[in-house]
Ligand binder design. Structure first.
Ligand code: AMP
Ligand code: GLY
Length: 380
């Protein structure tokens, strides 16, 4: 079997490792390819120098090379419609179509979908360029903190928790300046701040049926003890036992996952792939903070080592609408993922530093590499 993996961060390193070690992959006769490759990925895969958004080149490569199945890691190619293009060409691929991926690429779409289908989420109000004065009035009157969210994809920078009016106005201003679709397309949400514990939920679905991977929690603050700036995630733990219980698990399924998949189906946006539900649990009740249309990072690095059943088969079952026949088996381990980053992250930080000591001394640790353009890595 020939598999192409798109993306090359830490998440994709974990996906490559898990696909490569799936029984159905049959290492001796199969081949894994990866765009664009990275030192961590090259251990399992052949690097392919095509950009994840260059669909024409990717499709040509897949056809010429006889790739059987493509797995997409990041949200950008999904939101641009890579799955639609591949499927038009009769090619098998893991991930949602563009219309379903909008659940991540437009926060307003996601909030409106939740509101119209009774999926619990924080109260919110939508604003556009033309009603900025109303937003100002609203911010003058509301209770703080509030959460301000840019509508589109913002690579982890589209959410600000504002503790007072000044911070709120600054956030709106910042979003407006950095808005990629220009002033005319500027849209944002002001949302109620929810207090509680966060959970990351990965739902692998074929649109109808689904399996839930072990619950995890990521920690986004740069410093020890949840202090400092927000990042894409400095680490994750799984499975989540701290406040999980049967009632909460049932609620997550019946109040969040099932109505959301149904809503997407009913609106002609059937979701296949990994629906990542970012939840806040308050008084044992789950609320959606955000949806993503892909696996989360770094949580994937903590979650995948817990899966015992054939992971590649699970991805194939999502694409082939066979999730009903798949039975998920997980082990009893606990995992903890710790991200090491160059000094200065998440602001300006130095790159091209040599990383040493990657040979881990035991079989209980795994090193996944996230950086996309460092090549000077030595094992010593
Ligand atoms: P992301 O959307 O992944 O950049 O994450 C934004 C982070 O902001 C989440 O992980 C939460 O910690 C926080 N957040 C987003 N919405 C809310 C909310 N309504 N109430 C409290 N915290 C929130
Ligand atoms: N860990 C957060 C995310 O993947 O969006």
């Amino acid at each position: 079997m020939k598999i192409l993996l798109i993306g090359n961060g830490g998440r994709e390193n974990a996906l490559a490792w898990k696909i490569y070690n799936s029984k159905s992959f049959r290492q001796s006769e199969s081949k894994l390819y990866c765009t664009i490759g990275s030192p961590g990925l090259d251990e399992f895969s052949v690097p392919v120098d095509i950009k994840p958004v260059d669909f024409e080149k990717l499709i040509k490569f897949v056809k010429e090379e006889g790739i059987d199945f493509t797995v997409v890691g990041p949200e950008v190619p999904l939101s641009l419609g890579i799955v639609n293009e591949f499927e038009k060409n009769g090619l098998k691929i893991f991930g949602p179509c563009k219309e379903a991926a909008e659940i991540e690429s437009s926060k307003i779409f996601a909030k409106d979908l939740m509101l119209s289908h009774n999926v619990p989420t924080a109260n919110y109000k939508t604003f556009i360029k033309n009603n900025l004065p109303e937003a100002g009035e609203f911010l003058n009157k509301c209770e703080y903190p509030v959460v301000i969210k840019d509508d589109g994809l913002a690579a982890g920078k589209g959410v600000v928790i504002a503790n007072n009016l000044e911070e709120a106005n600054e956030a709106v201003d910042e979003f407006r300046k950095s808005n990629r679709s220009g002033d005319a397309g500027f849209k944002f949400i002001i949302e109620e701040y929810l207090k509680g514990e966060e959970i990351s939920v990965f739902v692998i679905t074929d649109g109808d049926d689904y399996v839930v991977l072990p619950y995890s929690q990521d920690h986004k603050k740069i410093r020890e003890g949840e202090k400092g700036k927000n990042t894409g995630g400095m680490g994750a733990v799984a499975p989540l036992k701290k406040f999980m219980n049967e009632d909460l698990d049932n609620r997550i399924r019946s109040e969040i996952i099932e109505p959301t998949l149904k809503a997407l189906r009913e609106t002609g946006r059937e979701f296949k792939g990994c629906l990542y539900c970012g939840l806040m649990v308050t008084d044992n009740k789950p609320y959606v903070i955000e949806f993503n249309c892909r696996f989360g990072d770094p949580e994937t690095q903590a979650v995948l080592p817990l899966i015992e059943s054939d992971f590649l088969k699970l991805l194939l079952a999502s694409s082939g609408k066979e999730i009903k026949e798949y039975s998920l088996v997980v082990n009893q381990n606990f995992t903890c993922c710790v991200v090491m980053a160059s000094k200065g992250y998440p602001d300006n930080f130095e790159t091209e530093k040599e990383i040493k000591g990657l040979d881990v001394p035991d079989d209980k640790s795994i090193v996944f590499q996230s950086e996309q353009n460092i090549h000077k890595i030595t094992k010593s």
